[in-house]
Structures are given as C-alpha cells and as structure tokens.
Write a protein that binds this ligand. Structure first.
Ligand code: SF4
Length: 502
C-alpha cells in the first residue's frame, strides 16, 4: 500500500482515469434524489459501502463517491457515472482502506453535474478531517451562501451541501457534533446526512423527517443508509428508522442519540411510497410494495371502469397495477415491456431519431393488446410527454380503448425538498383540469387517486387538513418548510418571463 507519509488526516483522492461520462437519458418527469450509505467498524467498509450504493442506484445515477478512513488517512474516490462503472475495479477498492466509510449516489437536484460537486464532500479542520454526504435540498442555501461569501468563505463547488462544511468551519463550538448541530441549526430544508470524522460516524435527519434514513447492524458494525434495500444486499439487519430531528453518533463507545433541534411536525415525503423508494424497501415501518398495491386497490375502488385488462407502465406502475387488477377483478398483463439496458452504453439519440423517444425504453406487447380495452396504470403525470407516447404506442398496437389511472393525485406544484421536478408552469396538472389532460394525452378516460384515498392507503387515515401526516406539497401546494431562497428571489423581469414562455 503506497501511503502519503505526511499529514495525519490528509485525504488522498485516488487518481484513476474518469469513466468517459455521458448522462443517462432521462424521462421527462420527476427524477430521484440521492442515496446515502455509511458503515462503522467493518474491515471491508468500502466494499460494503459500494454494494450498498449499488442497491441505491435508483436514487441517483449522475455520480458516486466513497470516502474511507483507515486510522491514519482518509481515502476517497468520487466520479461521475454509475456505481458499477466506478467501483468495480479491485484496484480502486483495495485502496479505499479502512473500517469506516461513507458513500453517496447523486442525482443533481441542485448544482451542476460536475466532479467538484460529487459527494461525499471532504474538508480538513482544526479537529481533523470531515466527510459529508447529503440527501435533500436546503431551502435557504442561496441566502446562506451569499452571507458566507460576504464573510470570506471560498466555495469550491456549486452544490448547496457545501454550506454545511463552511458553517462547521466557522462554528465556535468545540466538539465536532456540536459544530455540526450549530451548522444545521442555521439550515432550512429537507435533508438526511451521513458524515464521518477520524473517530465517528454521524447520521441525522431534518426536524420534519422529509427524507429517509435508517439504522442497521451487521454483527458489530453499525450502518446508516437511505433505504433498507441497502441493508439487505450486505445481509445486515434493520434496527430502526433514524427519527426526525435525531442525530445518531457512532464511535468506539457505541451508539448515542441526540435530539438537539426544536421539535417540528413530522412530514415524511409521501412520494417515497408512490414512486421514489425501491419496492422492496421498508419505510417508516411500511413495505413500499405493499403500500403501492394498496394505493392501486384504492384507485380501483374510486375509479373502476369495465375493461379487458390492466397494464402497468413499467417499472414504477407495476405494484399499483397489480393492486388495481386484483381489486377490479381484471386480468393483469405486461402490455408494455421495458428495456432495462438503456443506459450510458447506448447511443444517445440524435435529433433525427429523437422522435422515437420513449421507444428506446418501452415497447408495446402487441399480441396482448389487439382489440382490448386497456386500463393503463402509472404512478404520476408530470409534463405528460411520456404518457402521450405510451398511449399512442398502445393504440398503434391495436388497443380499442385506453383508460388511464394514476396512483397519485395530480402533480400541481414543484418540489423544493430534493426531488427534481420541473417548474410549475411545465407541470401538465398546473395548466389544465383532468378532462383537459385526458384530451391532451389522448385517452378515453383519465382518473387520479384522491388525496384522501392516497392517505388511507398509506396510513389508514384521511389527510388531516390542519397537520397533514406527510409532506404532499407537490400535490397540495402546502409547503411545510419555508422556501426562503424563493422568497428572496428577485421578481422575474419581462425578459425572463418571455424566455420562460418560449
Ligand atoms: Fe416529496 Fe412532493 Fe414533498 Fe417533494 S414536495 S418532498 S416530492 S411530497
């Protein structure tokens, strides 16, 4: 092992050629956010972290990074692209030595998709090194950044997560956990975070608990990660969810829990159940697949229509379609087949073939559709462009009727809490009512699950109008956490308005 002999805490960025990066083709809808993994007290910390990140790949495909600590040095490898492309080499894994590691997969909801924004971020302080990986969105990041720059802080990235590093650096508290608490006290937004120092692995969730974080155990190793599927892949057991506003500190004395923040009403992201999380994960005590089936069943009760078969938009529409079909007593068929190998290795569409669009990913299974009245189930409609192409595909394949059923209420507002949704004016449901949307998409009928139907399926109770049990801001327009940066945004000029209308 070729070690840098000098500074005790010095971070070595492993120098490997970057995989030639080309972003994955994206659907014109909401995209996932980020995935976190951290492990303490394991001889194969980096390997377990890479496996954990691999199972969290659905939460972000722009970049991946791991930082490990071997008792003397931090080692890191961060790169644009997928986990498998960047952490498949034994050379890289051998050099990520240590029994503590944290990792991150990223979808760039804020900041550009460039290497300097890839997490975990790392900085040297008086107390030693600190690596931080973050999932979510800070709603006062620009306001804070402006203040920090005024105070002389020099930012290395455009990621809003770097605010946390600078706030820790200028905190006057003595201990690292107190510095971190002090930093987060000044931050608004929805976030989960894992961090590591030479001696500690730290995990926390924002006081509203919008983004997930769970605690797991593998023999004597403690694990913090975004979803339970990342525990399953390494054979670890689920211990519990990290609670909203809780800081979990793991060191050689064991695990300690702190709750230093003012208590806030809990607002877990309801879209984790509808779309974002992997169906085999358990979130807040509920299996995501079972919840999605229950939503599909509720949708069938609310908007049953006589038809020949139920077809999901794969993959995310599958569990809700299974629930719908069972409740409606209709056959379930894979009337659309998804190509899982559309990725970076495939040619990017040129302008000449871009109109093929969705066919790169989905194809109609015509033998099962010809002459059939189809109930098409999807999880959401964002801009509506994908829905138009899928409906057109079903009709071309011979479907005699297409009735679309959506397992979320209309998506009328943008998310500012870590999910990359388009601007409000680009959301189809913000522009027209349901019958207008049906006409626009070209279906014979269109129905969305009601907000109460959704809540009943998720938690067995109607939405509490005064204090909703979940964050549903993208469906209701009721934002539980202040949108400070937006309030401070300058009013749009005539030029920007014209620009946006083009
Ligand atoms: Fe989740 Fe929607 Fe809230 Fe964003 S606005 S955190 S997507 S429920």
């Amino acid at each position: 092992m070729n070690r840098e002999p000098s500074k005790h805490t010095m971070q070595r960025e492993l120098e490997f050629p970057q995989y030639p990066y080309r972003p994955l083709p994206r659907e014109a809808g909401a995209e996932e956010e980020c995935g976190l993994f951290g492990i303490y007290g394991n001889a194969d910390a980096a390997t377990h972290t890479a496996l954990g990140l691999h199972s969290l790949q659905h939460r972000g495909q722009d970049s991946a990074g791991i930082v490990a600590y071997d008792g003397e040095q931090f080692h890191s490898h961060r790169a644009l692209g997928l986990v498998g492309d960047n952490f498949g080499s034994p050379d890289i894994m051998d050099r990520l030595e240590g029994n503590v590691a944290i990792g991150h997969v990223r979808y760039s909801t804020s900041g550009e998709s460039v290497l300097r924004n890839v997490q975990p971020l790392f900085a040297e302080f008086k107390f030693g090194g600190l690596a931080v990986a973050h999932n979510g969105n800070l709603t006062n990041a620009h306001t804070l950044r402006h203040e920090l720059v005024q105070r002389g802080c020099i930012f290395q990235s455009t990621s809003d997560s770097e605010n946390i590093i600078h706030l820790v650096a200028i905190s006057e508290y003595g201990q690292v956990v107190d510095k971190l608490t002090d930093a987060l006290d000044q931050i608004e937004g929805a976030y989960s975070l894992v961090a590591m120092t030479q001696k500690k692995l730290i995990g926390l969730r924002d006081p509203y608990g919008v983004r997930p974080l769970v605690l797991g155990r593998l023999s004597n190793s403690h694990i913090l990660t975004s979803e339970t599927c990342a525990l399953d892949i390494i054979g670890a057991e689920f211990v519990r969810d990290v609670e909203p506003g809780e800081i979990v500190v793991i060191d050689d004395k064991g695990l300690h829990s702190l709750k230093p923040f003012r208590k806030r009403p809990e607002r877990f992201c309801i879209f984790e159940y509808i779309y974002f999380a992997r169906p085999d994960s358990v979130m807040e005590g509920k299996n995501v697949y079972a919840v999605r089936k229950a939503i599909g069943a509720a949708l069938a009760r609310e908007s049953y229509i006589d038809a020949d078969l139920v077809v999901p938009v794969p993959d995310s529409g599958v569990p809700a379609a299974i629930g719908y079909a069972a409740q409606a007593g209709l056959p379930f068929e894979f009337g659309i087949v998804r190509n899982h190998y559309v990725g970076r290795t495939f040619i990017e569409p040129t302008d000449q073939i871009r109109h093929l669009g969705v066919r790169l990913k989905h194809n109609a299974n015509a033998a099962h559709l010809s002459g059939k009245r189809v109930v098409l189930v999807d999880d959401s409609i964002v801009r509506g462009t994908t829905s138009i192409k899928i409906v057109e595909m079903l009709r071309t394949a011979g479907a005699s009727e297409v009735h679309m059923r959506i397992s979320s209420p209309p998506n009328t507002h943008s998310c500012f809490y870590g999910i990359d949704t388009p601007k409000r004016q680009e959301l189809l449901a913000a522009q027209m009512d349901v019958s207008g949307m049906a006409k626009h998409i070209g279906v014979d009928s269109l129905s969305f699950i009601s907000i109460d139907g959704l809540y009943q399926a998720v938690c067995g109770a109607s939405r509490d109008g005064d204090t909703p049990q979940y964050c549903d801001a993208c469906l209701s327009g009721e934002y539980p956490i202040p949108l400070t940066d937006r309030e401070h945004e300058p009013a749009p000029t005539l030029l920007t308005l014209l620009d946006e209308s083009n």
